[in-house]
Structures are given as C-alpha cells and as structure tokens.
Write a protein that binds this ligand. Sequence first.
Ligand SMILES: [Ca+2]
Length: 204
Amino acid sequence: MRNGSGFTLLELIIVLFILGIVAGAVAYSGGRSGERAAVITTLEEMGEIKKAIRGEGGYGFYPDLGLIPEDPTSHEYATRYLCLKDDGAGSNEHTEMHDFLVATLGSAEADKLIKWDKYNRKGWRGPYIEPDKKYDAGGNKYFPLLSDAWGNYYRIKMDSSQDKDSARIVSFGANGKDNGGSEDDILMWIFGTNPVRLPDGFTL
Ligand SMILES: [Ca+2]
C-alpha cells in the first residue's frame, strides 16, 4: 500500500519511533551530565566549608574557637556561623555569634571567645567563609544559608555534640531527602580519616 510520498504508514511509524528513542537518549545523557556537574559543584563547596572549619595556617573556625559549628536546635543553620562577620559588639552578627557560643559553652567562655586574643591566639575572627551576599526585598543585606547544587542547606552532623572526629558536612543530594548517608547522600568528614561518601554508583 504505497502512496505517492514513498513511505508506508508503518515505515513512518518506525521512523518516528526511532527519532523518539534518539531524542530520549539525548535528553537522558544531558540530564545525567547535569547531575554529575551538580555533584562535583557540591563536593567543591563542601571542600570550602571543610577548609573554613579546619583552617589553614592556624586560621579557621576550629583552631580559633575549639568548636565545630552546629546549631543546638537545627542543623540547617550550622554553616551560617562560618559566615558571620565580626563587626563589633552590638551588631546583629556579633550578637548571633555570641548567642551560639553561650549555647555551646556557657556565658563565661563565650565572653572570652567572642573577641580575638592575640596573645593566646584564641577567639572569634569571622567570617571564615564568604558566600554570595544577597539582598532582601527591602534592600538589606543578609547571609544566605549555604546550600548545595540542588538548593538544600548543608548540614553538619556529629554522632554526639562536639564529637570532632565524627563531624561531617552532609548534602542530601539530588532527591533533597535525608537518606541517612546512603543512596544519593554526599558526606564529607571534616577531621576523620574517611574523606568522602559519594552517591551510589558515582565515580570521580
Ligand atoms: Ca538523599
């Protein structure tokens, strides 16, 4: 049953079917490479966070304060403490940092650590990391919470509070859900000997 155009309906269907497969394959490979780039970007950012906490040449959140940044009530806000700027007593960021130190160490220690002591080489001298600044609707600057390539906040987790060797930076990965360190979750230990946990099936 040939018609004038030289194609049978069956041939046309086969051609369209093959085109569909090709288009699907292209979209899939594009999606996969995008996902790969997202994992790599996330790992790079986690590396920056790790460096800000560990410090280099004695300058870092941990060497300065003897603490891992964590929020007593929510892991979501942990990385924020790395971004706060010491711009003098009375400023919002100074107060926020002081509150964190009080909650973690009590007020006597907090009062000591809130300022840099050059003789003992201890105390706060943030920021330790500078994420892109953002502005709210009123034009006021605020620090965004650091988030991974999928827009979810990094967590800092420890097996128990201030258990330094178990401290890791956590991204929930592409699905944005906490899989407890399995599936697509990405983990980077800050001090431990096991450096990173990559998503299932992912190789660098
Ligand atoms: Ca996940």
